[in-house]
Design a protein around this ligand. Structure first.
Ligand code: GAP
Length: 454
């Protein structure tokens, strides 16, 4: 899709901020990188962890009807045969005979009724061929057919194949769910838009098992729950779009799918799928493994294969959405009152990598430094804090604005009683978005910040 200059500029600025501030960097950069793979630096790793922790809290810990699991990435090849991935998890591809590029057939523009190469413009392309997206690998010492398996392309299948074990140990009645967060791998033909389409990424998936008659209602329920989740991590509903997939475009086993889409600078794109997958997966594994994957209903004395509703979100895509939603540029006065551009990441405090910056007004005043370090010690066990004593205080605020830190605590001469007893033992808290400051007693700092970051 063509992008106008302002949207591509915005994306460029976001990518450059991510690298400059250590959110996201190219994998193996010193060797020229590896297409579709990314590393998260100190701030990115915190942001990602906050997102995953909050998802886990909402989807598992705060619920009676969901348990968690953590499955292996490598599984028996038969899992992927039974799920249909080995035969059908593919994208249609064409080769350009002119420039030799390999391209996704379904993403090409057409000219005069023919697909056109997006690299050189040629119309001389091969017929589409299926290209399986799973990374193939060998388990053990021999590289023969019997040793083949794949890096998992989704976390969901581990949940399906462990359904019976978990049902027994968790002692749950339907409806109940199994949740998992973990890496997935897809050999995407065309990784693009920064981390949006990667070859290695993480998913946060819930398989919510239910009676067949409950499926459609639960699809609506989970759509609403997931929209609430996005609101609670600070993604405004104005940036989200719900796309109901037309029945003819749904997977053959799905009785309904919603895509939750986000307004990225490069266009409106999928963030999460919420799909009613019927009893397809469990039935496939039951047939292929020969093991019963049924549920026994004590009340009706009936046995049946449960149906499933699956909210499946991408960690990396949500991190990117959080950064895009938070990125803001505004004019603000510097210390001398001159207007300058202020770059701020307006993260919800819950998601912010660093919750609080702590600054002694001057680094060469022993009392100020000692008090500021004391505050670090008080807060550190409870939240991610960052101590910074270098440079003018205004510069230090700006650095934290760019990192998305919602609060800045400054220890000044009032704090240490050098301006009289009135404000002794108090500090200023600066709020990132309004830049307003308030004075609070050090003794109240911890509880006040804890209230505001959750
Ligand atoms: N178990 C269902 C499933 O995997 P999907 O729509 O293929 O469904 C779910 O993937 C989510 O995983 C997507 O909505 C997206 O957030 C994320 N995802 C999928 N492919 C991705 C990729 N190549 N790079 C980053 N995230 C991806």
């Amino acid at each position: 899709m063509a992008q106008d200059k302002s949207t591509s500029d915005r994306m460029e600025k976001i990518v450059s901020l991510c690298k400059r501030r250590g959110f996201i960097m190219q994998s193996s950069e010193i060797y020229g990188g590896l297409n579709g793979c990314w590393d998260y630096g100190p701030l990115g790793a915190e942001l990602k962890r906050n997102l995953k922790d909050f998802w886990w809290r909402r989807m598992v810990r705060e619920r009676d009807d969901v348990v968690g699991m953590d499955g292996s990435i490598l599984m028996n090849r038969q899992v992927w045969v039974a799920s249909g991935h080995e035969a059908t998890f593919s994208d249609p591809m064409v080769d350009c005979r002119n420039c030799k590029s390999r391209l996704r057939a379904d993403q090409l523009p057409e000219k005069d009724g023919k697909r056109q190469c997006t690299v050189c413009g040629s119309l001389d392309l091969t017929e589409p061929r299926a290209f399986n997206l799973m990374f193939k690998t060998y388990v053990g010492a021999t590289e023969d057919e019997s040793a083949i398996t794949y890096l998992r392309p989704e976390t969901a299948q581990a949940i399906f194949v462990q359904f019976k074990n978990i049902l027994e140990v968790a002692r749950k009645k339907l409806p109940f769910g199994i949740a998992q967060i973990g890496k997935a791998f897809r050999n995407e033909i065309n990784p693009r838009n920064f981390t949006f389409r990667s070859r290695e990424f993480e998913q946060m998936e819930l398989e919510y098992f239910c009676r067949p008659e409950g499926g459609l209602e639960l699809l609506e329920y989970w759509l609403k729950e997931r929209l609430k989740f996005y609101k609670d991590i600070g993604i405004s509903s104005e940036l989200l779009h719900i796309h109901k997939i037309p029945p003819e475009e749904c997977a053959h086993y799905s009785k309904g799918t919603y895509d939750i889409e986000f307004d990225f600078p490069f266009g409106i794109q999928e963030l999460e799928g919420v799909a009613y997958r019927t009893d397809y997966d469990l039935t496939q594994h039951q047939k292929a493994s020969g093991k019963l994957l049924e549920y026994f209903d004590e009340e009706t004395k009936q046995r049946f294969v449960p149906h499933v509703v699956e909210p499946s979100a991408g960690v990396d895509r949500t991190v990117l959405a959080l950064i895009c939603a938070a990125y803001s540029e505004e004019m603000a006065p510097d210390e001398k009152g001159k207007l300058e551009t202020r770059i701020v990441l307006k993260f919800h405090p819950r998601m912010a990598p660093i919750k609080c910056g702590i600054f002694p007004l001057l680094k060469n005043n022993e009392k100020l430094v000692r008090q500021a370090r004391e505050i670090v010690k008080i807060l550190r066990p409870h939240m991610m804090v960052f101590y910074d004593e270098s440079g003018a205080i205004g510069r230090r605020y700006r650095r934290q604005d760019e990192a998305g830190t919602p609060f800045g605590v400054t220890v000044d001469f009032d704090t240490i009683g050098e301006n009289g007893p009135t404000n002794e033992g108090t500090v200023t808290i600066r709020e990132r978005d309004s830049m307003k400051q308030e004075r609070v007693p050090i003794l109240e700092l911890k509880s006040l910040l804890l209230d505001r970051i959750d």
